[in-house]
Write a protein that binds this ligand. Structure first.
Ligand SMILES: C[S@@+](CC[C@H](N)C(=O)[O-])C[C@H]1O[C@@H](n2cnc3c(N)ncnc32)[C@H](O)[C@@H]1O
Length: 263
């Protein structure tokens, strides 16, 4: 299986590859000699069919980024291989980060047989599908707003033969929470910029003793304040269990996961 790589080489800008042996896109940071760098990336990685350059930060409610196609095919749809799963996706239409594969496996390893799991902000379905494939949940419900991401999520459930176990909802978590009142044993909240705005929705959907995996961006010395925000937003009694440093995000800033139980 071809694993995503992130290489920093002399002369070349930092880049990552999303896809598989059958076809991939390379995404590089802004560079002066973009065409030369793209040519070299394609010469070194024969599976790379398009080279994109980041053209701005992630933004908007769908957390998408603008890219410039520097070389290769204008069709940037690929199948990405991860943890024995395959994800069809187009980075220009929906959020996807191969850097989060370790975190997806960490969560899948926590899921107990028979659990009802919710993945808020489900994207093209990587958390839901890795959980459905690697654990033995009763059901995984993924909720996602971006119609393009939902289209890929549905295809990915079929591609990975988990369509019976995975329920896909297109819509806003805040609106759908009422439909799932008291339904879930575990809720995953992978929208670090805004997860705190959805804590009430998580509380609504949580069974007694449910586990919530909450993500945020902060410095290590801000974890206490993040916990206080959670405690102030949730009306039921809660108990903090674990804080996981997920990925570096900026100078002294990390993506953290804060796990807590709701009683
Ligand atoms: C940071 S991405 C995470 C995607 C996915 N979980 C993954 O790991 O690849 C956040 C996703 O949340 C979706 N989103 C943002 N606001 C939402 C809302 N109110 N309800 C449902 N989905 C939302 C965005 O469209 C985006 O796909």
């Amino acid at each position: 299986m071809y694993e995503t790589q992130r290489l920093i080489m002399s002369k070349l800008p930092a880049f990552e590859i999303i896809g598989s042996r059958e076809g991939a896109v390379a995404i590089m940071e802004k560079a002066r000699n973009a065409k030369g760098a793209a040519k070299e990336i394609m010469a070194r990685h024969k599976n790379v069919k398009s080279v994109l350059m980041k053209a701005g930060p992630r933004k908007g409610k769908y957390r998408k980024r603008a890219y410039r196609i520097i070389a290769g095919s204008k069709n940037t749809e690929v199948v990405h291989a991860e943890s024995g799963c395959r994800f069809l996706l187009d980075v220009r239409k929906a959020y996807f980060s191969p850097r989060e594969s370790t975190e997806r496996m960490r969560i899948a390893e926590k899921v107990k047989p028979g659990e009802k799991v919710a993945v808020f902000f489900a994207g093209v379905g990587p958390f839901a599908i890795v959980i459905a494939k690697k654990a033995k949940p009763a059901k995984v419900t993924g909720i996602e707003l971006n119609p393009s991401a939902v289209k890929y999520f549905r295809k990915n459930a079929t591609l990975n033969k988990v369509e019976d176990m995975v329920e896909i909802e297109r819509g806003d978590v805040k609106k759908l929470a009422t439909k799932y009142r008291g339904e879930f044993d575990r809720i995953i909240m992978p929208l670090p910029e805004k997860a705190k705005e959805f804590l009430n929705s998580a509380e609504k959907c949580a069974k007694k003793n449910a586990l919530i995996h909450y993500y945020c961006f902060c410095r290590e010395d801000e974890i206490k304040a993040e916990k206080a925000k959670i405690r102030n937003s949730i009306k039921r009694r809660i108990n903090f269990l674990q804080v996981q440093k997920v990925l570096p995000w900026g100078p002294r800033i990390f993506k953290y996961r804060i796990d807590f139980r709701v009683y």
